[in-house]
Design a protein around this ligand. Structure first.
Ligand code: UDP
Length: 240
C-alpha cells in the first residue's frame, strides 16, 4: 500500500528497503522505473496528467526532500523516512559494485557523465560503468541504441523532471535495461561540479536552505514550497 501525498503515491520505505527492492527489480526483465519526487515534482504532476500517470506506474516512488515528509505528516499519514535520490543511488552502487551489474550514466552537460563515471569507479571498486551519454541530445533513438549496445542493466537518467521520467517511459523498453532511476542533478554532484550540503544541514533536513544560500537564483523555485505545505493543510481540513 502506498501513501498518497497530494496526488503522488509514495512507497513508505527506508533507504535500505528501497535498495533491497531495487536489487529485486534488477533480477527481473525490465523496464522498471524508480522515481524520487520532491515537492516541486509533486506540484508539477498536479498540472501534468501524463507525468502523473508515469509516476503512478513507477515501480518504486521514493520521498525525496523534507517537504514531502512534512506534508505527509500534516496529512496524518507520516512516512517512515526521507529517501533522497542521491543517497539511494549511492547505497545502490555500494551493493552492485563487484556483482557485474552494468551501469549506464545518462544526462548533464557534455563531459559531466564521463567525469562522474571516473569518480564512481574510484569510490566503488568493482563497479562496472558500461557507458555514458550527455543529456543534451536531439534524438532519443541513438541514445537508446547506445544503452542497448552497452548492455546496461541499470541506467541513471539525469535530465531533470519531468523530462527524465518521460524519456524513460518512451525509450526504456527500446534501450533494453532492467532498471531506470530518475536522478535529476545527481551526475553534477558525482562529477564534483556541484557540492552537496554539509552533513549537519542534511541531518537537520535543511539541505534546501544550503542550496538556496549557495544559489540564490533558486528562490523562485523554492517560494513554491510553503504553498505545498499549505495545500497539505487544506487537503487535511477538507477530509475532516
Ligand atoms: N539536464 C540535461 N538535459 C536537459 C536539461 C537538463 O541533461 O535537457 C540536466 C542538467 O544539466 C542537470 C540536471 O539535468 O544536470 C537537472 O538538474 P536539476 O538540479 O534542475 O534537477 P533536480 O535534481 O532539481 O530535479
Amino acid at each position: 500500500m502506498r501513501t498518497d501525498v497530494l496526488g503522488v503515491a509514495f512507497d513508505n520505505v527506508t533507504i535500505d528497503e528501497a535498495v533491497d527492492r531495487a536489487l529485486a527489480l534488477l533480477e527481473e526483465e525490465g523496464p522498471h522505473l524508480v522515481v524520487t519526487p520532491n515537492p516541486e515534482i509533486v506540484q508539477r504532476a498536479e498540472k501534468d496528467p501524463e507525468f502523473a500517470g508515469i509516476l503512478a506506474q513507477a515501480d518504486l516512488v521514493l520521498p525525496d526532500g523534507v517537504g514531502v515528509i512534512y506534508a505527509a505528516k500534516i496529512l496524518g499519514r507520516p512516512l517512515r523516512a526521507r529517501v533522497p535520490g542521491i543517497d539511494f543511488a549511492a547505497a545502490l552502487l555500494a551493493r552492485i559494485a563487484g556483482t557485474g551489474t552494468r551501469l549506464f550514466l545518462l544526462g548533464a552537460a557534455p563531459g559531466v557523465a564521463e567525469l562522474a563515471a571516473v569518480n564512481l569507479r574510484a569510490a566503488y571498486p568493482g563497479l562496472v560503468v558500461c557507458g555514458f551519454h550527455d543529456g543534451y541530445f536531439k534524438e532519443d533513438r541513438p541514445v537508446a541504441d547506445a544503452i542497448r549496445e552497452a548492455r546496461a542493466d541499470l541506467v541513471f537518467v539525469c535530465l531533470g523532471a519531468p523530462k527524465q521520467e518521460k524519456w524513460i517511459a518512451a525509450n526504456g523498453a527500446a534501450a533494453g535495461a532492467r532498471l531506470y532511476v530518475g536522478l535529476g542533478g545527481s551526475l553534477d554532484v558525482f562529477a564534483g561540479k556541484v557540492e552537496r550540503a554539509p552533513e549537519s544541514f542534511q541531518r537537520l533536513g535543511l539541505e534546501w536552505l544550503y542550496r538556496l544560500l549557495k544559489q540564490p537564483s533558486r528562490i523562485g523555485r523554492m517560494a513554491k514550497l510553503p504553498l505545498f505545505l499549505v495545500s497539505a493543510v487544506g487537503a487535511r481540513i477538507r477530509k475532516k
